[in-house]
Design a protein around this ligand. Structure first.
Ligand code: NAP
Length: 328
């Protein structure tokens, strides 16, 4: 099979497209014929050797996928060969065939095409578990989303609306803000040109946001913290802008909380909550409350370009690589 291969920690540009043997499913694993693999910012971090996990060389990046079950390992019984599935992967999605643990594999709902399914698990499940279980967002509360046109960000906007919140979307360009508005954002803030804190305070009559979903971090984190009202919760999702420090006094004075949320926690330590999140997301998708957006669909041979769309900050919503797309 063809696969995008990483043989040493380094630049995304050093990835190679190679012919390698297909992997063999181990106990409770599935072999999936890949139709679409969602690209994540974390792919670039993993290839650089800076991700929380470091797979053994050689490996393929790709943290989620959608396709058809081709084979089952010993003891895997939830799905049959031929079933349409989507999965959260430890790595390996940028290939024609990928291994998934059965417990992190979900049936693709009727009517959901493969490209959407390949882009669904990481963005939507990560955002949902963060907002539902860590943020404890309530209907009528205000959710501020940073990086609101990105993979997890745009999903967070839709999830906030589905939970009955008022959503303020923050992004760096008018085009990205317009994308967030199309996906349900009630109010917008361009944090590249205006003060995040002042704008959020103005939009909330001086009260501040109840929950902030922050996949950006860096210098924006401080402004986001100041944008929270009494009892506000900031969800620490990622650090594309750098790792911030938290001034503890700013938590105390307004009874705020800073909460980390890692999809891996739910995968490894709270699988029941993860499954409940998936069920709620699939129900919302069926009810038309979610409209996953894909800005780019690229063939497997253009996977480097696909990852660079994220690191160059030019993607919106999700980017997917599709091995059967013309051009491969
Ligand atoms: N905790 C979890 O469970 C979890 C799960 C998935 C992802 N994440 C993390 O969330 C972050 C976002 O992941 P993603 O896959 O959604 O990425 P993405 O699609 O590339 O979105 C990131 C967004 O961040 C903004 N941004 C600000 N500074 C940036 C910079 N220097 N480089 C790139 N983007 C920048 C961009 O929007 P603007 O241009 O509008 O600022 C962009 O839309 C990553 O750190 C990832 O590791 C965490």
């Amino acid at each position: 099979m063809r696969a995008v291969i990483c043989r040493a920690w380094g630049a995304v540009d050093d990835l190679t497209l190679e012919h390698v043997p297909a992997p063999i499913p181990g106990p409770k694993q599935l072999l999936i014929d890949v139709k679409a693999t969602g690209v994540n910012y974390a792919d670039s971090i993993m290839v650089a050797g800076r991700y929380q996990t470091r797979p053994p060389f050689p490996f393929s990046p790709g943290l989620e996928t959608a396709g058809i079950v081709a084979a089952r390992g010993e003891g895997a019984s939830r799905y049959e060969p031929g079933d349409r599935v989507m999965a959260i992967l430890p790595y390996g999605g940028m290939a024609e065939r990928a291994l998934a643990d059965e417990v992190e594999t979900f049936a693709i709902p009727d009517g959901m095409p493969f490209d959407i399914a390949g882009a669904f698990p990481v963005a939507y499940v990560s955002s949902h578990v963060a907002i539902r279980w860590q943020g404890r967002l309530e209907p009528g509360e205000t959710l501020l989303v940073l990086g609101a046109a990105g993979g997890v960000g745009l999903a967070a906007v839709e999830i906030g609306k589905a939970m009955g919140a008022r959503v303020i979307a923050g992004a760096s360009t008018p085009e990205k803000l317009e994308r967030a508005r199309e996906h349900g954002a009630d109010a917008l803030v361009n944090y590249a040109t205006e003060s995040l804190t002042e704008r959020v305070m103005a939009l909330t009559n001086g009260k501040g946001a109840d929950v902030c979903f922050d996949p950006v971090g860096g210098p924006l984190f401080d402004a986001a913290l100041s944008s929270l009202g009494w009892g506000g919760r900031i969800l620490i999702i990622g650090f594309v802008g750098g790792i911030p420090s938290i001034p503890a006094n700013r938590l105390l004075v307004k009874h705020r909380s800073a909460l980390g949320s890692a999809l891996r926690y739910f995968r490894w330590h709270a699988p029941d909550k993860l499954r409940r999140s998936v069920e709620e997301l699939i129900a919302w998708y069926g009810a038309g409350k979610l409209a996953p957006y894909i800005s780019h669909r690229l063939p497997l041979s253009r996977s480097i370009e696909a990852i660079r769309l994220l690191t160059d900050r030019t993607a919106a919503g999700k980017v997917v690589v599709m091995p059967e797309l013309a051009g491969d």
